[in-house]
Ligand binder design. Structure first.
Ligand SMILES: NC(=O)c1ccc[n+]([C@@H]2O[C@H](COP(=O)([O-])OP(=O)(O)OC[C@H]3O[C@@H](n4cnc5c(N)ncnc54)[C@H](O)[C@@H]3O)[C@@H](O)[C@H]2O)c1
Ligand SMILES: O=P(O)(O)OC[C@@H](O)[C@@H](O)[C@H](O)[C@H](O)CO
Length: 385
């Protein structure tokens, strides 16, 4: 069995790659980072090190890597012959992966079982987004290609911090992992991957993950950074920050209970386990990694605005989420383009060339009629000074 995995970064090697290896797939990593591709091809194996209590090392073998920017035809050929395609490139990059899938499906024999495609990104219905791009690029050819692929949404959870430069392609991860996949697209032919859960409806699971793990993580990063901390563990050790994170998560939990019928007790347990994971002292995770791309994180369907908007529509509390959003607005990270863009936009509000209304609408995607809009505009005015 062969899997082509796009994005050989942290989660690619430290989660998807290792589980596909354990499932018995030959993994062909595809990435645009030439040095990473060369390093993977020079290695016979790499080690996934689980840091923290109960952690163990796993050796991954049986992989290759291809530079998809330099050798798109070779990637298309691999896709044509593969059983499975996964991605972990970031939601904004899926549109660039779509062409490789179209090219691969064009070369794929109609006698082969459908290619199973899953985007393992932190976003609701990321695989649907990828499928939409594939359909758009295939255009009039889509009716001939559609039977050659199956697309399934998934939710993936494992904290994989940025890796220090001196460990080669080895990767340090937390011991915990969870991979939930929607079952319907596969019919009777589900991929057999260790530890994976199949569910008929993914929406409650991806929202629970994104609006708890990722809302909490991002809150820790932004509140922690505002308080002068550089790591997530140090941020959580600060009672002011951990109190702020817990306040935001109590609000998202209340929404998830109301919307999806999770029990309040289960959500309290889920939150406690997540906060414990964030506190893992053996995991060198930083506020800059977790807070990366604040414009994405502040967008309409993401971890702050989506739950806060729904909670506000239902008349539920959002003070904790607003405090975290406010901290996000002032997030400084010199090497993060989106953080720099956000600060430039906020400076324009300060100078008066952009109004707080325009900024709020642009950043959050909310209309002025939305009940959350004036609450965020107030934070924008305060942060812009
Ligand atoms: N790291 C985590 O803890 C974690 C956990 C769950 C989900 N995720 C999600 O996984 C995705 C990747 O995150 P990450 O932390 O591994 O990031 P990363 O930056 O470590 O890895 C992304 C990789 O994608 C590659 N890439 C970029 N453009 C590409 C392209 N056009 N074709 C092929 N490869 C390309 C990059 O070179 C990089 O190696 C994101 O959506 C993230 O939200 C991350
Ligand atoms: O990957 P992002 O930028 O969407 O979010 C940063 C972290 O919160 C994220 O990578 C977590 O570590 C991960 O989602 C845990 O499962």
């Amino acid at each position: 069995m062969k899997a082509v995995h796009f994005g050989a970064g942290n989660i690619g090697r430290g989660f998807v790659g290792v589980l596909l290896h354990q499932a018995g797939y030959e993994v062909v990593f595809s990435d645009v980072a030439a040095a990473l591709v060369d390093a993977l091809n020079a290695a016979d194996s790499y080690t996934v090190r689980e840091a923290g209590e109960g952690g163990r090392d796993t050796t991954v073998t049986g992989f290759r890597a291809i530079n998809s920017a330099a050798e798109p035809q070779a990637v298309a050929q691999e896709v044509a012959e593969a059983h499975l395609v996964t991605t972990a490139v970031g939601p904004g990059v899926l549109k660039f992966i779509a062409q490789h899938i179209v090219d691969g499906l064009q070369l794929r024999s109609a006698q082969l079982p459908p290619l199973q495609v899953m985007a393992c990104e932190n976003a609701v219905r990321a695989t649907d987004t990828l499928r939409g791009e594939v359909e758009r690029l295939a255009g009039s050819q889509w009716p001939q290609l559609r039977a050659k692929a199956t697309f399934a949404n998934t939710a993936v959870d494992r904290i994989v911090p940025g890796q220090s430069g001196d460990t080669g392609v080895d990767v340090t991860v937390e011991p915990f992992y969870e991979w939930v996949i929607e079952s319907a697209p596969f019919g009777g032919d589900r991929p057999q991957i260790p530890g994976v859960h199949f569910v008929p409806d993914l929406e409650p699971y991806i929202e629970r993950k994104l609006f708890t793990v990722n809302t909490g993580h991002a809150s820790a990063a932004y509140l922690g950074s505002a308080a002068g901390h550089t790591t997530i563990a140090a941020s959580l050790a600060d009672p002011q920050v951990s109190g702020g994170v817990e306040a935001a998560l109590r609000e998202t939990s209340a929404l998830l209970v109301a919307k999806h019928g999770f029990s309040a007790a289960d959500m309290a347990e889920y939150r406690a386990a997540i906060l414990q994971r964030f506190r893992n002292p053996a995991l060198p995770d930083t506020t800059t990694r977790v807070g990366r791309q604040p414009l994405r994180k502040l967008s309409r369907k993401e971890r702050f605005i989506a739950p806060a908007a729904e909670a506000a529509e239902l008349g539920m509390g959002v003070d904790g989420l607003l405090a975290a959003i406010s901290a996000a607005l002032t997030f400084h990270a010199p090497e993060d383009d989106e953080a720099a863009q956000l600060q430039r936009a906020l400076a324009e509000v300060h100078q008066g060339s952009v109004t707080a209304d325009e900024f709020t609408a642009e950043i959050t995607g909310l209309g002025p009629e939305h009940p959350l809009f004036p609450r965020i505009r107030e934070e924008v005015r305060r942060c812009a000074g």
